[in-house]
Design a protein around this ligand. Structure first.
Ligand SMILES: Cc1ncc(COP(=O)(O)O)c(C=O)c1O
Length: 391
């Protein structure tokens, strides 16, 4: 986004940036097209090169920040291996994610447990594996962890603004000021070590100010923790780094510059990490789906795909600004799009596609490397998308 100098201020999408997005879409579709000839089931084509580039760009954009990939975004073992090779560490939410990493021999010191609410069994599994760091956002969780591992290191997940994020997480998680006080009180009583702070600005966050606010709020909590005798070790900037979907999103370099400036006031003794999920995998994945049916109803034309809400496209139902690419040309028309199952929840909104779409046409959906296959199931017997790595 570029701002005009004159008043009143107008913001517009820089043409270069729009061109970059279009070029990027073409590249993603070109990589996926190689897998289209032999199409039988929906397939998410991941680009190995793009996965590596995403990690490198993130690290270059904020050199002080060690990324811990949020495994939930795409837990495919080949992807995790590539990220480990690139020097990324990991963030987990469950025992299954922990198992995936321990099977790969990822050192436990490279793993953060950032799900604020963990089952007692999950904490026992993590402690048995040697996990040291856990996030907490309520006093109950402090007590739960204390009962299993009194030596654990805790970082408090604080609430921050999620304004400007496509998928806000505020409300469900995050301690308020009073909540932080309760956490500290409980930790002191149970002699637990609270030595870090984290926050999450919401997923696909286009508002850089959320990170600025988060870092400033963390500084305030650091002061409070120090006053209670704790020694600070960790600042965790969470996830939320956006994909370039429309060209209006800040780039990772712009976000990195703002974050790096804010970090200048954080003592060098404090390790700074982040938990990118969507940014690492999203632009590396292009989904190929097939049209299985067309229907003309009284007030709309419907287009049914071989994958849908249950098959990894649940974010489409929430206004994900997706570009759909068809090989057909011609005038665009509004199509009510839906998945193949018999459930009424399996509808994907209205989208522009050529008016002459036919059954068995393929549709390419770029930027779906995150939260697609990891959220998919085979409800009604329709297969979840397969994942293929294109090197
Ligand atoms: C604790 C935590 N960290 C990181 C992430 C990754 O967020 P994103 O994919 O928006 O980067 C999530 C996503 O829900 C999360 O819950």
């Amino acid at each position: 986004m570029t701002e005009l100098a004159s008043s009143p201020k107008v913001t517009f999408i820089d043409q270069d940036r729009r061109r970059f997005v279009e070029q990027d879409l073409r590249e993603q579709v070109a990589v996926a097209a190689g897998q289209a000839q032999s199409y039988t089931v929906p397939v998410l084509v991941m680009s190995e090169q793009r996965l590596r580039d995403n990690v490198r760009r993130f690290m270059a954009a904020m050199p002080r920040v060690q990324p811990h990939f949020a495994v939930k975004a795409n837990p495919d073992s080949a992807i995790l291996t590539i990220f480990a090779e690139e020097g990324a560490c990991f963030e987990i939410a469950s025992s299954a994610e922990l198992d995936a990493l321990t099977e790969m021999n990822v050192p436990v010191e490279h793993i953060l447990y950032s799900n604020p609410i963990k089952s007692p069994k999950a904490v026992r599994d993590a402690a048995a594996a040697g996990i040291e760091w856990y996030s907490v956002d309520c006093s109950e969780e402090v007590a739960k962890i204390a009962a299993v591992d009194p030596t654990a290191k805790l970082y408090i997940r604080i609430e921050v603004s999620n304004e400007g994020s496509t998928w806000p997480l505020a409300g469900k998680f995050g301690a308020s000021a009073a909540g932080v006080d309760r956490i500290i009180e409980t930790a002191q009583r149970l002699q637990m070590n609270v030595c870090g702070v984290t926050f999450h600005v919401g997923s696909q966050c286009t508002n850089v100010n959320n990170w600025v606010e988060g870092i400033n709020s963390a500084k305030g909590i650091f002061d409070k923790l120090r006053a209670h005798g704790y020694t600070l070790e960790l600042l965790n900037l969470g996830g939320g780094y956006p994909l370039q979907l429309t060209g209006s999103e800040p780039t990772i370099e712009e976000i990195g510059a703002v974050i790096s400036e804010q970090l200048e006031s954080i003592p060098s003794t404090i390790k700074v990490v982040a938990e990118p999920g969507r940014y690492f995998v999203g632009s590396a994945g292009c989904l190929i789906t097939q049209v299985v049916g067309l229907a003309t109803r009284d007030n709309a034309r419907w287009l049914y795909l071989d994958t849908g809400f249950y098959g990894g496209l649940m974010e489409l139902a929430q206004n994900f600004p997706l570009t759909l690419v068809s090989r057909r040309t011609g005038a665009a028309e509004s199509w009510a799009m839906a998945g193949p199952t018999c459930d009424s929840i399996d509808v994907l909104g209205t989208h522009q596609l050529p008016a002459n779409m036919e059954v068995e046409d393929l549709i390419f959906m770029p930027n779906l490397g995150a939260y697609c296959t990891s959220c998919a199931c085979d409800f009604n017997g329709f297969p979840a998308p397969a994942l293929v790595m294109a090197s």
